[in-house]
Design a protein around this ligand. Structure first.
Ligand SMILES: Nc1nc2c(ncn2[C@@H]2O[C@H](COP(=O)(O)OP(=O)(O)O)[C@@H](O)[C@H]2O)c(=O)[nH]1
Ligand SMILES: [Mg+2]
Length: 471
């Protein structure tokens, strides 16, 4: 079990923690969980006992000194009908840190132990209230910083991934059963029928594994966003556009060409993925060939780009810059005609014939006229970016469970290898059935590990390493 995670012998004691974040807020929530929760509560909470699962206004007082700690709201959950499956007391006290620290001290003085990070959720998993994948999803939900990460965490919390994995596990066991039949009754084998049934089932399992594995890049997108890089000549209006898209002045905007010295990044929440918007400077380094072409965008940023917003304030230069960027990067290009300050002119803008020709080339992903200063065309630009994002990496359909972590991918890849090895051996008939079956065993083992049904301590240790106290 990893550092910071409780060992098995301390389980069963009563833990307490402040569940809300530190800092000033209207309320702070404390949780107590374990067999001594009622005894501890009886000393501190008046009135006591409480009706279970009903928020009740109470007075909290230190039983030794009689000093009132707070006027609070308490909710009592009797085991097993609680988050952890144990007796749980939840206290909403006044926020600000001081009150919650006082109350926590009083709880500890009466026998509770300060909880370790993730310990409440870990108890919920051990009590079978949540599986390990759902516990991870709680961590992801807390860490969510965008619509996409929020959606992905909720999807996993719903248990869809768990159900899919359980189905896969069943399918693997079914194939094992087919093999067992072959082992026990080899003479009764009525031709190729049972053999091909095991093969077909194995191929079906591979298909599901591949669909799940294909969702990992989407989880990475959700977390890291689409790389949207601004490129164009000095003074094209890139930094102004960056600010306009952000809605607040974070990039340095200057009248002097080339004064934005370094790359500036910002994450913008968007659908289906957030955008990591990058305004790259003209780096003064002569080894930057891009700079020598008169285009401000660093090679490194261009290499990682999903989309390049190619900016220029006249059509011919825009056509020229688009062609330059196309030669340097396979990323999709949205053409941005900048500084069209007149709304009518922006709406009526049609690309010049030269520009139009460039816009028909592969990788070109639309053109918009904008004015960063007057906020014209920004919605059209956002729509173009959303369309490109969908094309680069579509969000999986609602019904498709997603995997979110390297841990998930590693387990599925090892299951995939085992199923492939099984199919090879089975098809070639080179090995006897009992030997072939070991691959299926190993695949089931990988599933079990992923779902946390075996090596529980080790897996929980890894899962809860990054949790916060009180969760
Ligand atoms: N009229 C007008 N001027 C703009 C617009 N956007 C940028 N500019 C001006 O163009 C100059 C260069 O802008 P900047 O954003 O620094 O360009 P960059 O060098 O490409 O980052 C500045 O003087 C900006 O005020 C716009 O939409 N309309
Ligand atoms: Mg700039």
């Amino acid at each position: 079990m990893g550092a910071g995670s409780p060992s098995a012998d301390v389980r069963g004691d009563t833990i307490a923690a402040v569940a809300t974040a530190a800092g000033t807020g209207a309320l702070a929530v404390l949780r107590v969980s374990g067999p001594a929760a009622a005894t501890i509560a009886a000393g501190l909470v008046t009135p006591w006992p409480l009706i279970a699962r009903r928020a009740t206004r109470v007075r909290l007082a230190d039983p030794d000194t009689g000093a009132v700690l707070d006027d609070a709201v308490a909710t009592w959950f009797s085991a097993p009908h609680s988050f952890t499956g144990e007796d749980v007391l939840e206290l909403s006290v006044h926020g600000g840190g001081y009150v919650s620290a006082l109350v926590l001290t009083a709880l500890v003085a009466r026998g509770a132990r300060p909880a370790l990070p993730g310990e409440f959720t870990e108890r919920a998993v051990r009590a079978g209230k949540l599986d390990v994948l759902q516990a991870e999803a709680i961590g992801d939900l807390i860490a969510a910083r965008s619509r996409a990460t929020h959606r992905a965490a909720l999807r996993q919390l719903s248990g869809a991934l768990t159900r899919q994995l359980a189905e896969l596990r069943e399918a693997l066991l079914h194939i094992e059963a087919l093999l067992a039949y072959e082992i026990d009754f080899p003479e009764e084998d009525d031709g190729p029928q049972p053999r091909s049934r095991a093969t077909e089932a194995g191929v079906a399992v591979l298909g599901v594994l591949d669909r799940l594995l294909a969702t990992l890049p989407q989880a990475v997108r959700a977390r890291e966003g689409m790389q949207v890089v601004l490129a164009g000549a000095p003074n094209a209006g890139k930094s102004s556009l960056f600010n306009a898209l952000l809605g607040d002045p974070r990039a340095i905007v200057s009248d002097v060409p080339g004064t934005t010295r370094d790359a500036i990044e910002a994450m913008l929440d968007a659908d289906p993925w957030p955008w990591r918007l990058i305004d790259t400077a003209g780096l003064r380094d002569a080894s930057e060939p891009v700079e020598r072409l008169g285009v401000e965008v660093s090679e490194r940023r261009l290499a990682g780009a999903d989309v390049v917003l190619v900016c220029a304030d006249d059509d011919d230069r825009l056509a020229h810059t688009l062609a330059q960027i196309a030669a340097l990067s396979p990323a999709r290009r949205v053409a941005v005609r900048t500084k069209v300050d007149d709304a009518r002119a922006a709406a009526m803008w049609t690309p010049s014939p030269a520009l139009d020709a460039v816009l028909r080339e592969p990788g070109a992903a639309g053109a918009v006229a904008v004015s960063a200063i007057h906020g014209i065309g920004l919605d059209a630009l956002r729509a173009a970016l959303t369309a490109v994002a969908q094309a680069v990496e579509p969000e999986p359909p609602e019904s498709q469970p997603m995997i979110l972590r390297a841990r998930h991918a590693a387990a599925l890849r090892s299951a995939r290898e085992e199923v492939t090895a099984f199919l090879d051996a089975w098809e070639s008939q080179s090995l006897p059935a009992p030997v072939v079956a070991t691959h299926l065993r190993a695949a089931v083992h990988a599933m079990d590990e992923l779902m946390g049904t075996i090596d529980m301590d080790d897996i929980l240790g890894r899962v809860f390493r990054d949790f916060c106290v009180g969760k």
